[in-house]
Write a protein that binds this ligand. Structure first.
Ligand code: SF4
Length: 385
């Protein structure tokens, strides 16, 4: 991309129009081009003018597990994004689809139960690369059942690879495009950003949703433990941003009518699934208006823990409800395609990272990067290190 090129996938119509006018395009043509591309996946004449960069990338792999579809897109630097289309069946027999997008390639957070953590952080995605995942789901991956080029997407959740709050500028820009009425028109109430509990990011997101038009965006927080001792064992971030700080940030988050924070709790056998853990979590969450979302653990590659047995999951949920906590159990989808929650992450890229970085360490990698490699790699991927 030359410096003059503009990334149409990472721009709202309001941002695109003045740039288009500077390149001599009329208002009508700019609107037609923008809407045709984002709404219908069309590029008039087959190619963009040279000042527009096309961040659409080829679909590399497509794995189907039932109606769940995981797909990867090849990026220019050889890395890949991973995205999952998840069907949601409703009581009236209709189906809507949720898109789980990645905000980074890999992740630096190192949660021990997560496949992505095994990669470490490769890099953050641009806003255009995030929106490209939605564009591909709608217009590029193909739906064999209907013959259409992609799927209608009702919900977008930032729960794929990466910690969205560590790439907050790109994530907020992407949300503006995803919700733009001239583009994908996903209602803000159907967009959720999920964080491991990055406090500064929660504050920034809170500021953003205070703006007109965005107050119905959702926040999900990955808690996963009833206390600091267990949380620090499975989520290294807790050592620098402990539960008390996280709770203070959540209590300060803007309160909205009909919108509760979603607290996610990955239920791991023998780690955080005891009835006393449930009581402790419910007591912790009592001051907060939130929904507790229990997610049965999906074993990552080389996992030290199995998936929980169904009766244990049900007991945990029942105990939370008996404690007066609004609680739901998340259904498991896509486990056999490694597309379920916590299972994203490309083991080939991960293996290549360790080879490439190993070479570079011998060359001229700075101390900062070397420290990150050691911390992320050794701590979270013992079977690789
Ligand atoms: S659970 Fe989320 S924050 Fe934690 S390592 Fe995985 S992708 Fe990163």
């Amino acid at each position: 991309m030359t410096t003059e090129q503009v990334p149409i996938l990472g721009m709202t119509l309001a941002e695109f129009i003045p740039v288009a006018k500077r390149h001599g395009m009329s208002l009508f043509t700019a609107q037609t081009l923008y809407r045709g591309f984002h709404r219908r996946g069309e590029v008039q004449g087959g190619t963009f003018p040279e000042w527009i960069s096309d961040a659409r990338r080829p679909i590399k792999d497509r794995h189907v597990d039932g109606e769940t579809v995981k797909f990867t897109m090849a990026l220019d630097d050889g890395l890949e994004t991973e995205t999952v289309v998840i069907p949601m069946r409703h009581s009236d027999d209709t189906t809507t689809r949720t898109l789980c997008v990645s905000s980074q390639v890999g992740c630096a957070m190192g949660c021990r139960f997560c496949e992505t953590a095994q990669m470490g952080l490769m890099r953050s995605l641009s806003a255009a690369e995030i929106v490209a995942q939605l564009h591909a789901a709608r217009f590029m991956i193909g739906d064999a059942a209907t013959g259409s080029p992609g799927y209608p997407i009702k919900n977008v959740v930032f729960m794929g690879m990466g910690e969205p709050m560590d790439n907050i500028d790109a994530v907020l820009t992407a949300i503006q495009v995803i919700t733009d009425r001239n583009a994908y028109e996903v209602a803000p109430i159907h967009v959720t950003v999920s964080t491991v509990g990055r406090i500064e990011g929660i504050r920034r997101y809170g500021e953003f949703i205070s703006q007109t038009g965005f107050h119905r965006l959702n926040l999900a927080v990955s808690l996963n433990a009833p206390n600091d001792r267990i949380r620090s064992e499975i989520m290294p971030i807790n050592r620098s941003e402990p539960i008390a700080d996280l709770m203070a940030a959540l209590l300060a988050f803007p309160k909205r009518v009909n919108a509760a924070i979603c607290v996610e709790y990955v239920l791991i056998p023998g780690v955080n699934d005891a009835q006393e853990h449930c009581d402790e979590v419910c007591a912790l969450l009592r001051p907060l208006r939130c929904s507790l979302n229990v997610i049965p653990y999906n074993p990552r590659r080389g996992s030290p823990w199995p998936a929980p047995e169904e009766p244990r999951v049900q007991e945990f949920v029942a105990r939370a409800i008996a404690n007066g906590q609004f609680c739901k159990r998340r259904g498991t989808k896509g486990r056999s395609a490694m597309a379920a929650c916590g299972q994203l992450g490309n083991e080939n890229i991960r293996a290549r990272k360790f080879v490439e970085l190993g070479d570079k360490v011998g060359d001229k990698v700075g101390d900062k990067e070397r420290v990150q490699i050691r911390v992320v790699g050794a701590q979270n991927a013992p079977e690789v290190a």
